[in-house]
Design a protein around this ligand. Sequence first.
Ligand code: F0G
Length: 360
Amino acid sequence: MNPTTNPSAGVLARYGHLMNIPAHTRPVTLLEGSTPLIPMPRLADELGGGFELYVKFEGMNPTGSFKDRGMTVAISEAYGRGAKAVICASTGNTAASAAAYASRAGMRAIVIIPEGKVAAGKLAGAVAYGAEVVQIEGSFDDALDLVVQISEHHPIALVNSLNPYRLEGQKTAAFEITEILGEAPDWLCLPVGNAGNISAYWMGFMEQRQRSGTGLPRVLGVQAEGSAPLVLGHPVEKPETVATAIRIGKPARGEQALEAAEQSNGRIIAVSDEEILHMQRRLAASGVWVEPASAAGLAGLARQLREGHITLDELRGKRIAAVCTGHGMKDPDIIARSMPAPQRLPAELRALEDALVGGR
Ligand code: F0G
């Protein structure tokens, strides 16, 4: 089967010819990408209706987040030039992804995580894939500063999204959305943390336009209110949010993210933790369980509609793609904490019928 049209090939096989990567790149893949673009008609109606809403469910990647698209490329490049070790700072998803791809290539993976607040499923993933995990007494931003310095002084490849190959891989999600819709969506909504992903999408849509004349989406980037440096216009010393994946106070690609928002005639806004968790529940009510950060993009859209910054009139007949970056199963704590204990009954038909359908 032709790898460019085979949906079960990885992003290098499908889109490597559209990537700016060195010839020494040697594919290390888990067949990432080709994630579903799920229509969300009921949620669209709840938000006011009249437009088409789709979720690009990146939680369906091999390690449960969009990071795999970029990681396959960053690790393949490092592997191809003979690197023996990779390092990253991470709020969790990058760590798990780096660990999976590095171990597949037989490379050492070192991941530096901030104190506390890394979701259990992500940490467990990193450990399961064989990473060396170090927790520092500091934030993600501190961790990123440190890994940049280590990679400058030691033969250890940096695989955070400062690594340009990460973006080369992540831009493929823009290609996939455009292929499925036959056009770019009118709006793209997504969460913003270290700002690599929004930069990669914008690059992807711009390149796609050059290549095939498709349009450009307006980009709505969404941060959490307690971690909103791009909205405030200055770094946040002690970022806080329930959406731990985007608990970042000094985004490495902040400038690029602001440019993407401006060039696209979009914007970057912030939403509260309550809005994020509310949207997480609404998505789950349509069968899509995402981690809290991943609900931020749509929480942002809901808020823009509520406040009239985006109107139903202007959305009529339009198509909106929301990127849901990671799977809910990575961060079950937040749901488990608010979950009532399941009802306990004897293992008897009568008891079940009485409780569930009011008896016989
Ligand atoms: N959503 C999820 C689930 C994430 O894990 C991240 C980033 C983002 C959104 C934001 O993407 O940083 O490119 O703006 N997680 C990084 C990590 C920081 O370490 O896993 P971004």
